[in-house]
Design a protein around this ligand. Structure first.
Ligand SMILES: [Zn+2]
Length: 438
């Protein structure tokens, strides 16, 4: 499955990447582009012609579209087995399906098997970076980290903090949480391509003391990120207001404990007040839009323009298992549909940007991942645009790059996976042996 490719190489084919300007949807597309990768898995050059100094490198020609690997900026690896659990609102769904499954991750061998399965599946979908929720158990996080040695993904994760509102096996009181969390942070510092995120699950599952500790930790260590949930459903907002009566809104719960800043990743953010958008923008925090989860759980319709107008960084997440698909093209298509239901139109270039560079910005790694540019990791995937008749015809007919990308989101083959190969740091980590041509 894994080829430890350490030779420098050139890959040539149709090539697309967003460029570092979310506002104007700038991009690079070349029908016969080249990307040069060095023996450390970094990109040396992207353009039309291989520079002379790299002309002796091995050339891989592909008929497929070369794009940056996707960033899934919000996903729960222990929830993969509860994907598509029938008919429940968020809070009921957590109690009925999710928490009982998460309890099982206290068992190391179960967690290792599930982590490996999860990582294999996201690689197959072209995801090369992911901000992942684990559980309260250190063995669950460790399972993810150990399993990733075989997959080479760029991961962000942390111990999921909970001290109330869930079964006892998923709770840790503050002293216990501090101990597990600190141990996990120390271990994580030595792990390549792993960043630690303080992860209070959401306000309903955390006491004031726990949130306070998380905020102090975030403030004291600039290398840490923070990920959590906010304003997902109206029931959740009401319950949160009842638990935290002194603050003015949901975002203020996090702000009052020092958890609102530019290293904060907030998933959902559907039912924001006007003031919340303003505070969000002023803090430089990112939102992770999880459209398949929002439609599946009936949580609500994300207001893309609310964020765009305030220049808040937006990225996309599958939010599996609330979300029903790990496939980034499905997530982008669903985001488009959600916007349409609000009377808004999202350009496919923007959707691609959100799912690559937007995600990279959310995890503070836009200097090293999220697009195909010199100096960055060669994290990329190959997209099949030729094997199914309908899709290839639409691709050829599409007059603009926007139209071509749009066709990839909506003219999906029955297999629902257009990705035929995924590379991280220049190494082929997964491929469809028949379709990839590799
Ligand atoms: Zn979530």
């Amino acid at each position: 499955m894994v080829s430890e490719q350490k030779e420098p190489f050139v890959i040539r084919g149709k090539l697309f990447t967003s460029l570092d300007d979310g506002e104007n949807n700038e991009y690079l597309y070349d029908d016969n582009g080249v990307m040069v990768v060095n023996n450390e898995g970094r990109i040396l050059f992207v353009g039309s012609t291989v520079p002379d100094e790299y002309s002796h490198y091995k050339v891989v020609n592909t008929q497929h579209l070369i794009i940056p690997g996707f960033v899934d900026a919000h996903v729960h690896y222990p929830q993969l087995p509860v994907i598509a659990s029938y008919g429940a609102s968020l809070l009921e769904w957590l109690d009925k399906y999710t928490f009982p499954e998460e309890v099982r991750y206290g068992d190391r061998s179960y967690a290792v098997a599930r982590a490996a399965k999860f990582l294999a599946l996201i690689l197959e979908k072209g995801v090369t970076s992911a901000a992942v929720f684990s559980t309260i158990h250190d063995v669950a996080l460790e399972a993810l980290q150990v399993s990733n040695r075989d997959f080479g993904l760029n991961l962000v994760s942390g111990i999921t903090g909970m001290d109330r509102g869930a079964p006892d096996q998923l709770l840790a009181d503050l002293p216990a949480f501090k101990e597990i969390n600190q141990k996990a942070i120390e271990r994580s510092r030595d792990i390549e391509r792993f960043s630690y995120a303080i992860t209070p699950r959401f306000a309903l599952s955390c006491s004031e003391k726990m949130l306070d500790y998380c905020g102090q930790l975030l403030e004291s260590d600039q290398s840490l990120l923070m990920q959590t949930h906010i304003n997902e459903t109206e029931d959740e907002i009401l319950a949160t207001a009842a638990l935290f009566p002194k603050v003015s809104d949901y975002l203020d719960v996090y702000a009052s404990f020092g958890l609102l800043g530019n290293r904060s990743l907030f998933a959902h953010g559907i039912h924001n007040t006007k003031l919340e958008y303003e505070k969000w923008a002023a803090a430089g925090a990112s939102v992770i839009h999880c459209p398949t989860s929002n439609t599946f759980l009936g949580s609500g319709l994300f207001d893309a323009n609310g964020y765009i107008s305030k220049e808040i960084n937006v990225s996309l997440g599958s939010d599996v298992g609330g979300g029903f698909s790990l496939n980034p093209f499905v997530t982008m298509a669903e985001a488009y549909k959600v916007a349409k239901l609000r009377g808004q139109v999202l350009c496919p270039l923007r959707l691609m940007y959100w799912h690559t560079l937007g995600g990279a910005k959310a995890i503070h790694q836009e200097e090293s991942v999220g697009s195909l540019a010199p100096g960055k990791y060669a994290d990329f995937c190959l997209v099949d645009i030729t094997s199914d008749d309908v899709g290839s015809e639409i691709w050829e007919r599409a007059a603009t790059v926007q139209d071509k990308l749009f066709s990839l989101m909506f003219a999906m083959p029955d297999s629902k996976n257009r990705i035929v190969a995924t590379f991280t740091a220049g190494i082929l980590r997964w491929h469809d042996k028949i379709q990839s041509g590799l």
